[in-house]
Structures are given as structure tokens and as C-alpha cells.
Design a protein around this ligand. Structure first.
Ligand code: ZN
Ligand code: ZN
Ligand code: ZN
Length: 376
């Protein structure tokens, strides 16, 4: 924890409060999870005991953390403490909702924006404690801040991107005919940590027909010679920023599906078209369109069954979503995946995924491992 982390917290609380005032909100209630981690550099699991950061729109310097007394020790020396956030603890048997409302000020009804990650149980009890309090979702307010990455966040995404690229470049150590998807996935998970991830958050090894299901993870299926294998892997680095990269490999020997090379090249072309379409001012949906058009023109449109991408940062999936209907213009600093795919039921799937950051003149790639069909 450093004074520069505290300065980041101070700046983010002030920007959140500014946005809240513009929206006519009196206080923002931030729950444990990625939003709390974003604002104060640390979070804890959410459970039945109320933990909440309340940020008054009028004076973010008066932000207060309400938490169970037994958890106070975990925040000793934290950025939140250094940044001057007050801690108000409550004991089992006391009413934390009354304590929170007391901190929000008097009996005046007002409007509070509630973090998307607050369990309904807590929102419900808070509302019951003060029926006149108007609650509304805070998700967009906080997403607006998190969407545009600061330079140090882009550095984190680049370094965790390089870490996942090193894992992909080592794929030949583990992926071969005769092994099960689970065996390969276990080795990849270990390599994620070896190469600098805090944990392996997800390891998809989808061989042969399993590749046609975008959410298949790994199974006891034995990988065969000639199988295409979708490998989609990622996790957080020690600072909490996530990687997410997919390559589709071909296992040597055997008779690959006669359509594989053509479909793989098609997905690669679509992926590059979407990357090339990234620039400030282009809409999120236009990036989806750029990839989809390539696949539709080749007659595979009905097999591209997902959106083109998702924002990434402290969460693997966050705003902005690269999907039809999202007319939001891209801005420098936005970070997201570009991951078109073609999924042929009962046969195989192909997906290629890179993380990009919007730069002043176009996409900056956070992943650089080869996108050609690599034979292992
Ligand atoms: Zn201040
Ligand atoms: Zn992925
Ligand atoms: Zn992804």
C-alpha cells in the first residue's frame, strides 16, 4: 500500500461523487467485490454480515466503511485507511442498517445508488429500515469510471497479456493425442500460475465436437489425432487484472475435418477485421458488426452464436460489451476482448481471442501469440 494508491482512491472517490451529483444521487453504496477493489484497492467476501462503503455525493472526503468489528483487523494499513476513509464497526446483535443510515445523515429521505454486487438481502433490509429512501442501481455510475483504463491499468493488462501468451506458446508441452482434456487443463492451470497469474480462473480445453460448445470447460474426453482443440484460458495477476486469450490448435496426425482449415482462416480474418475497426468514436456494436460481416458473407453467420467481446479489467467480463445494440462510442483507454468464433454442432469449433485497448489511432493488442492454425 502506498501514498500513490491512496491518491488513486481519493481521485476515484471524487470522480464517483461528481457523477453521482450529476445524476441527482445523494450517496453511493459500494458492496464488496470488484467495485470496492477498484475504489479502495482491497475487497473482502460479501456475506450475511453487512460490509459497505458509503460515498456521500456532496463530500466524498466523508466516505465511510461500515463493517463487522471482527473484520476491522483485515483493513489495518490498507489503502482505504491511508486515504482517510472512516471505519464504523458494528457488533453481532447490533443493527448495521441503522448505523449506516445514521452515517448517511439524519432522517432526511434521499436517493442512494446501490452497487450491483450488493446481495438483495442487504438492500431489502436497508430499505425496510428507511422506507422513504429511494434506492437505484449504481452499476452504470461505477462502470463509467472503470471502463476507461488509466495508464497503470493498461500496463497491468499488457503484462498479464504477456503472461497468458507465454502459456499459449508452451501449449505443445501438454496438448497431444491420448491425453484427456482434464489432464491437459490441469497442466495449463499450473502453467498460468508459473507464468505470473495469481490463480487460474478458467481453463477451457474443448476438443473435437466439444469445441462446438463455447462454454464447454474440460472433460474426461480423450483427445484424438486430427482434433481441433479450442483453448481459452485466463486469470488475474497479483494486482487483480485479468488475462483472457483463446487459440484453436490442431492435434498432429489423423484426418482433420476437411472444413477446418477454411473455417479457421475465416475466423482469423473476422477477428482481424474487428481489431482493425477499433478506433475512438467507433461504436461498440460496429466492432461486432465488422467481425460478423466477414463470417456472414462466407455463409457461416448462423454458427457465430456469441457476441464479439466483453470489457476486461478487474473482472473478466465487464463493460463495454461488444454486442449488437451497444451504440456506445469507444474511447481511448477502453479495454475489451475480440473473440469471434464458428461453432459447428457435432463437429468442432474455432475461436480466436485477443484483448485490445483503444488507443488514439486504433487498437493496441495485449496479446501477440500467433493466430495461425498451430499444429501440436
Ligand atoms: Zn477530498
Ligand atoms: Zn476467453
Ligand atoms: Zn473472453
Amino acid at each position: 500500500m502506498s501514498t500513490s494508491a491512496a491518491a488513486t482512491t481519493h481521485d476515484r472517490l471524487h470522480r464517483l461523487a461528481d457523477a453521482a451529483r450529476v445524476a441527482g444521487i445523494d450517496a453511493v453504496l459500494v458492496a464488496p467485490g470488484p467495485d470496492l477493489a477498484y475504489l479502495v484497492g482491497h475487497s473482502v467476501p460479501s456475506h450475511e454480515r453487512l460490509t459497505l462503503l458509503a460515498v456521500p455525493a456532496a463530500e466524498p472526503g466523508d466516505a465511510v466503511m461500515v463493517l463487522p468489528a471482527l473484520e476491522r483487523g483485515g483493513w489495518e494499513g490498507s489503502t482505504a485507511e491511508i486515504a482517510g476513509i472512516r471505519f464504523v464497526t458494528w457488533l453481532d446483535g447490533e443493527d448495521p442498517y441503522a448505523a449506516l443510515l445514521g452515517e448517511l445523515g439524519g432522517a432526511e429521505p434521499g436517493t442512494a445508488a446501490v452497487d450491483d454486487h450488493l446481495p438483495f438481502l442487504h438492500a431489502f433490509r436497508l430499505q425496510a429500515s428507511r422506507p422513504a429512501l429511494r434506492l437505484q442501481p449504481a452499476g452504470e455510475l461505477i462502470a463509467e469510471l472503470r471502463m476507461r483504463k488509466e495508464p497503470f491499468e493498461i500496463d497491468e493488462l499488457a503484462s498479464v497479456g504477456a503472461a497468458i501468451d507465454r502459456v499459449h506458446r508452451r501449449i505443445g508441452e501438454w496438448l497431444r493425442a491420448g491425453r484427456t482434456e482434464n489432464e491437459v487443463a490441469a497442466d495449463i492451470a499450473a502453467a498460468l500460475v508459473e507464468e505470473g497469474h495469481r490463480t487460474a480462473d478458467f481453463v477451457i480445453v474443448a476438443s473435437g465436437p466439444n469445441g462446438a460448445s463455447p462454454h464447454h470447460e474440460a472433460s474426461d474426453r480423450v483427445i484424438l489425432a486430427g482434433d481441433p482443440v479450442v483453448v481459452d484460458i485466463g486469470g488475474p495477476n497479483p494486482a487483480g487484472y485479468n488475462s483472457d486469450s483463446t487459440r484453436t490448435y490442431l492435434v498432429a496426425g489423423g484426418e482433420p475435418d476437411p472444413e477446418l482449415a477454411r473455417v479457421h482462416e475465416l475466423v482469423r480474418t473476422a477477428q482481424r477485421a474487428a481489431v482493425d475497426a477499433v478506433r475512438p468514436g467507433a461504436t461498440a456494436e460496429s466492432i461486432d458488426r465488422a467481425a460478423r460481416e466477414v463470417i456472414e458473407r462466407a455463409g457461416y453467420g448462423e454458427y457465430f452464436i456469441t457476441r464479439t467481446g466483453h470489457g476486461i479489467g478487474l473482472e473478466v467480463h465487464e463493460h463495454p460489451y461488444i454486442v449488437a445494440g451497444n451504440t456506445r462510442p469507444l474511447e481511448p483507454g477502453m479495454a475489451f476482448s475480440i473473440e469471434p468464433g464458428v461453432y459447428l454442432p457435432g463437429r468442432f469449433g474455432v475461436r480466436i481471442e485477443d484483448i485490445v485497448v483503444v488507443g488514439d489511432n486504433g487498437a493496441k493488442l495485449m496479446n501477440t501469440s500467433p493466430t495461425e492454425l498451430v499444429v501440436v
